[in-house]
Design a protein around this ligand. Sequence first.
Ligand SMILES: [Zn+2]
Length: 295
Amino acid sequence: MSKLLSNRRGSVLLIVLFAMVGVLGMGAMVIDGGQLYFESAKLQTAVDAAALAGARTLVQGVTAAEQLAFSVAQQNGVNPAELTVTIDSTAGTVTASAVRTVFFGLAKVLGFESAPVSATATAGSYSVSGVSGLAPLGVIWQDFVIGAQYDLKVGASGDTGNYGALALGGTGSSNYRDNLKYGYNTMVRVNDLLPTEPGNISGPTTEAINWLLNECSHGCVFDDHRVGCTRILLVPIINGLPNGRGEVTVLGFASFFMEEYLGDAFVRGRFIEYNVQGEVGPSGDYGVKTVKLSN
Ligand SMILES: [Zn+2]
């Protein structure tokens, strides 16, 4: 009888022990598992931001891209020792990977000390096949060199009746002036046909250019300009200018840092590489890119 009782007591003890281990295990799953999930989500956010920042900076070179990726990851709580940044400059991609060891609390009782969590993200800088916010100035294709000056609008020196002005979303000088000031707020794509706006349109050009120069209040210069500065003009690259009112074909897009106004509706800018929001797709590569996570 007593043997039976003690046996029974033993099995009760055993059941309690198993139950405790079960409760501990469940607690460990909830607390330490939660911690693992939290750390892995934090890492993913950090590597996403680092890869995007790196890809966005790739136009300034591999070193600049790598430095920014590290600094953005650090701002997001990733230790440089946890981070690896790989840059493929041919493909235009930046991959950021982070590995972190998470030390357990409750699960230690069950013999689990720690577990690694990791996250990886790749972002690319791609040619754009469509953008909005264009300046209504068609620039004829040539082999653009970064920092070199180009005519964005040729002033009174045109010989076809066209001086580089485009009629985006309508004709007339006030529409042209507003497009030059604010950017044409409709998606334009490679191979689109755009109508020209013949004439020098001196008054509206002068008004818009002076306004754009004035809106830049931070003293931007070509070598040191802010993202989104009003002196940066995003323009369509075109095949050539027709005689009189006609159409031009969009080959791609380029950005220029506008030089001081020269008068006579003559607009010049220095070629820059630049990131915009746009549609990814095949396009003539004229230095305008868009940046996206690729996985
Ligand atoms: Zn500026």
